[in-house]
Every structure is written in structure tokens, then in C-alpha cells.
Design a binder for this molecule. Sequence first.
Ligand code: 13P
Ligand code: SF4
Length: 332
Amino acid sequence: MHNFKNDPLGDSGFLEIEVDPKLDLFKEIGRLKKEKNAVVLAHYYQEPDIQDVADFVGDSLGLAQQAAKTNADLICFAGVHFMAETAKILNPQKKVVLPDLNAGCSLADSAPAALFRKFMQKYPDHLVISYINCSAEIKALSDIICTSSNAQKIIESLPEEQKIIFAPDKNLGAYLNKRTGRDMVLWNGACMVHEIFSLEKILKLKTRNPNAKIIVHPECEDHVLRVADYIGSTTGLLKFTEKDEALEYIVVTEAGILHQMQLNSPHKTFIPAPPTNNCACNDCPHMKLNTLEKLYLCMQYEQPEIIMEEALLNAARRPIERMLEISARFGL
Ligand code: 13P
Ligand code: SF4
């Protein structure tokens, strides 16, 4: 056991403790899960080792659903900050830890609560649907939360004449406006990962791999969505590749999802779509701040912990519960 000074986290946002390289982290994490009645929830964009050691790997909706029903005392969230916050909002009595508190989200950051409150004032008769990729403050200002798995169903569950603000992702919002025929007012936010896919490079890949299907996450821009054979959330994309008859796919989302695709369909080929920069594939720098070592440390020392004001926890809960209720109604 290490002895901490008063503030073991310091300013870094994660535990800066050296981990013995000889330690079998898979075994240690398994031991900690049992000893502490802990659960490890991981998003598909986490590195493969984290996905392999997790109790549940999923998209934002699946992770929120798992968080809502877990019996664990300690929730170790291998994802980004807004996801761990969501788990805490749903489990105010439980301890929720995140391997690295700096694991933020450009999309969530694109909607500061003070500006959003002013924006809402311009549309007093609008209902607010917010994508789960937002801060707890934005959730508290919203009527219903959604994810890319359930957004269309949630919008369609509302009367056609209902006026809606959709935040914070303008790309997902524009896609949903097209799918549903609504005219939602969109907040001008975007994901730094999904916005930088290169259409030119994707089309070159398609020329070199003519049998490959292009599958795209709806956080991407419209010109990329237009060339898609299939559009869906990360779980949607994964399920599509399991059921579809094609043998090759150009995968236009964060590259972490390829790990599950390859595990579930070992005979198929998955090609990560390239961004406009010089990288061959597109990693989310926030998601990839988490490592197996940091996961082990946060389980061992139960830090860094998600701490939130009770009033904010309570205000943000109802819109998330509404999302879970509507999703359950549709069997999602
Ligand atoms: P989903 O998990 O809903 O597919 O969203 C992807 C994403 O960008 C999460 O940060
Ligand atoms: Fe946020 Fe985009 Fe990273 Fe998802 S992939 S956590 S939306 S920055």
C-alpha cells in the first residue's frame, strides 16, 4: 500500500503512482473487482486491454443502462467524464471513479451552461433534447437526454408540432432533422474526432477495396454520411457488421470499436477510416487518456472520484431517467 500525502491526485487528474511492471494487471483488476464488489464499465473507444478486462463494454446508452442497474458498490468507469458523471447521477450513493479526470469530451465542452441558458431563453416554447455527450449542468437544463442509439425514437415519440432544441451536436442534430422531418433548432457543437474524417481518403479506400461497405457514426459531417452504406451508433455499427453479409468494412468512427468488431467477426476485415491529418486512423485523445495502469490504480485507491453537488445530481437525473424510460418502451 502506498501512503498518500493529503492530496494524492495533485493537479494531474490521475494517480501518479508507479505500477510494478511485473504485476499481472488483468489478475489484479479481477481480484479488486471481487474484493471491492466493483464493476468495470468500458466504452468501445477504450484501448483493447481495458475492453478485455471490463465487465461490460458498450455505447453510451448501454453504459447508462448498466450503470442504472448495477449492484456493485464501486463503479469504475473507463470512458470519459460525462459518462462517469451520468453513472454518478444514477447512483448518488455509490462511489464512481474514472481512471483519468482529464478524460473530457470536445463535444461536451462545446456547450458551456451559461451560454446555453441564454440560447434557451430565445426559444421559450421549445423542449430541450440533449445528447448525453454534455455536462451535468446541460443535462439539468434539458427535458430529455438521448444517445445516438435512441435519439430518433425519442424525437418521434413527441407530438409532431412539438418545437425542439437539440444540443450539443449539430451533425447528429442535422442528421436527425433529415430522418424525422423535424426542424429542431440546433446548438453549434461538434465532436473533434468525428468532424475530421477525410471524405477524399475514405473514397480512395473504397476504390482500393470496392467490396467494402462504408459504415458511419452519425456524429460525422453530412458529406461523409452521404456515402455511407449504414449509419448507426457504435453498438448499431457493431451489430450491423455481425449480421450483414459483407466481408469488408470501412469503419468511420473512433478506431477503438474495431477491437470488438474483429473479436465478434474474426473472418471479416475492418479498415479504420483516416482523418484529414497524417494519422492512419482516428483515436479520441480524451478516451485514450485512460490506460490499464490508471484503471488498476483507480480501483486500488478508489480515486479519482466523481464528486458532484447534490442539487446538480438531482436536477440532472430526471432527463436521464426519461431517456431510459422511453428506451425501455421501445425495447432499446
Ligand atoms: P455512442 O457511444 O452513442 O455511439 O457515441 C459515440 C461517442 O462519441 C461517445 O463519446
Ligand atoms: Fe467526445 Fe468525440 Fe471523444 Fe466521443 S469521440 S468522447 S464525442 S470527443
